[in-house]
Ligand binder design. Structure first.
Ligand code: SF4
Ligand code: SF4
Length: 287
């Protein structure tokens, strides 16, 4: 299918003062934000609202998902000072909500869980009022590693299911649909009061029924927050877009999600996992 984007995917640029100021602060830092690296379409809005996503544990991933632009390779070192640097940047940027994510580090025994935990603790120490969301890999099903992250008590535990069961093996590398559900169930078992969250990107060949079934599966393991966004092909080598969903279809999916009992559903063409994340924490806490 042609990559020509429909009208609703064209972005209005809003380079307000907050955005410019954060951009200046990030310049010269040795940290990576997903917002910049993935050229996220929401960067102006998110940064203006003091939300950003940091990528820790390096920029080389041990996996190669067919939708993802992150480089694949074997990382060589572990940066033990990274948690403190992320906390420092969070403070300097004056963030209200910070998302910490990483590449999959299947080369490490704990998949990088201890660095996630240290990062949560370091941010808490400097910025006790800033909510911390972690978007974690599946640690290859190492639930002891997951427990280390949960014991550091993030405000939200996020792990993406990405797509429907039938397409999972084709779209993702190494991740398993059922392991994702198991991880989300275990997170609740370890810390029942910490909201869990997951995301589906649509447009890779799934049917409406399959999306609804994925929602049911996520609700079965008590996931609280769901985000649904349009898949966009990062380069011609990546999976092609099979369908551009209309904003009305996203609205319909939001209704279906709310009917199923999610506390918050963010659904729209440009929605990414951390889009409006601060509002998601607030509504999950109120619900
Ligand atoms: Fe950054 Fe996430 Fe916002 Fe995109 S949606 S700009 S990655 S915080
Ligand atoms: Fe990208 Fe995550 Fe897949 Fe790595 S595991 S290729 S970072 S989606």
């Amino acid at each position: 299918m042609s990559e020509r984007k429909p009208e609703w995917l064209k972005i209005k640029l809003n380079t307000g003062e907050n955005f410019k100021e954060l951009k200046r602060m990030m310049r010269g830092k040795t940290l990576h934000t997903v917002c910049e690296e993935a050229r996220c379409p929401n960067i102006y809005e998110c940064w203006a609202n003091r939300t950003a996503t940091f990528m820790i544990l390096g920029d080389l991933c041990t996996r190669a998902c067919r939708f993802c632009a992150v480089k694949t390779g074997l990382p060589t070192e572990l940066d033990l000072a990274e948690p403190e640097r992320v906390a420092e940047a969070t403070e300097q940027m004056g963030l209200r909500h910070v998302v910490v994510t990483s590449v999959a580090r299947d080369d490490l025994k704990d998949g990088g869980a201890s660095i996630f935990a240290e990062t949560i603790k370091a941010i808490r120490k400097r910025m006790p009022l800033c909510s911390v969301e972690v978007l974690i890999p599946d640690f290859l099903g190492n639930w002891d590693a997951l427990k280390v992250v949960m014991d550091a008590r993030p405000d939200i535990l996020n792990h993406n299911i990405e797509t429907v069961e039938r397409l999972s093996d084709r779209v993702r590398s190494k991740a398993k649909y059922n392991r994702t559900l198991e991880l989300l169930a275990k997170a609740k078992e370890f810390q029942p009061d910490i909201p869990t969250k997951s995301s589906i990107m649509i447009g890779v060949g799934e049917t409406m029924e399959e999306i609804l079934k994925t929602m049911d599966d996520l609700r079965r393991v008590d996931v609280d927050i769901l985000t649904i966004g349009q898949y966009l092909q990062p380069t011609p080598k990546h999976l092609p877009v099979k369908k551009f969903y209309h904003p009305d279809e996203f609205a319909q999916l939001k209704d279906e999600g709310m009917k199923r009992g999610f506390k918050h559903v963010e659904s729209g063409p440009l929605v990414r996992s951390s889009y409006h994340a601060h509002e998601q924490v607030e509504s999950a806490a109120k619900a």
